[in-house]
Design a protein. Structure first.
Length: 254
């Protein structure tokens, strides 16, 4: 099933795959449903109803005059679920999608059973200084080609692509941290997954795990999103980590 829903003045695109207990997937910055999750959805949807969406300015979803922020994204996701008559679900957020998921956990926890924070950080010191300084001079020609191609495959509008890129860069350039106290206040069952060559360090993932009392931590081989099959992380499009589905299902089932 594919469709659009009116969400807080935004026309939001979503897809529903499979049947069973709902699992909501929230993509990374600069991404679409397919670029972040196209490889993993067919496996996850064998046992679950997978609800994937595209956030403001991304892919097939519309835009607002405002800049992007994670709190607004969280409000949009919450409203989408209300529109779809889904009272509670499990959630997986990848990268910026994980930041949206932190906001959901803080402000809309009544919607959540369990959360998976994949390649997510809450402090700027999680990433190397070069990561942050890069946003001062990055241009769209530096965007990973699989992400450019993925966007244009579902929305063949280069102005919309440039708009998404500019807004994503602006949000990361002025990235707002969460406090340790905010992260500690998350009491939901949580699984933190990080790549050993991820943007955020293993040390930071460990700190987050220790702050969230009801959490588990898994470190997997590979770069940012490689274990999920995110297209920008794959070598010649080959995904070698489908075993992550077993890890995700074990956490969600227990």
């Amino acid at each position: 099933m594919k469709g659009y829903s009116e969400v807080n003045g935004l026309r939001m695109y979503y897809e529903i795959h499979g049947q069973g207990k709902p699992l909501v997937l929230i993509h990374g910055g600069g991404s679409t449903i397919q670029t972040s999750f196209g490889n993993i959805i067919p496996l996850l949807s064998k046992k679950r109803q997978v609800i994937a969406l595209e956030l403001q300015a991304h892919g097939r979803t519309g835009d607002r005059e405002s800049f992007l922020n994670f709190a607004q994204d969280a409000s949009d996701v919450a409203q989408l679920l209300k529109n779809l008559n889904i009272q509670k679900a499990d959630f997986l957020g990848f990268s910026n999608g994980g930041h949206t998921l932190i906001e959901l956990a803080l402000k809309h926890s009544q919607l959540i059973n369990k959360i998976i924070l994949a390649s997510t950080f809450y402090k700027r010191n999680a990433a190397a200084p070069e990561f942050w300084s890069g946003f001062d001079y990055t241009t769209i020609d530096m965007m990973p080609k699989p992400l450019i191609d993925g966007f244009l495959a579902v929305n063949n509008n280069r102005s919309a692509l440039q708009n998404m890129f500019d807004k994503d860069v602006q949000r990361m350039k002025f990235f707002e941290e969460w406090t340790d106290e905010q992260i500690m206040s998350i009491k939901l069952p949580t699984l933190i997954i990080n790549g050993n060559l991820d943007v955020g360090s293993i040390e930071h993932a460990t700190v987050m795990h220790r702050l969230i009392s009801n959490s588990g931590l898994v470190i997997l081989p590979g770069s940012h999103g490689e274990y999920l099959g995110a297209v920008e992380a794959l070598d010649e499009g080959k995904w070698d980590h489908p075993y992550v589905v077993g890890i995700i299902e074990e956490f969600l089932d227990k």
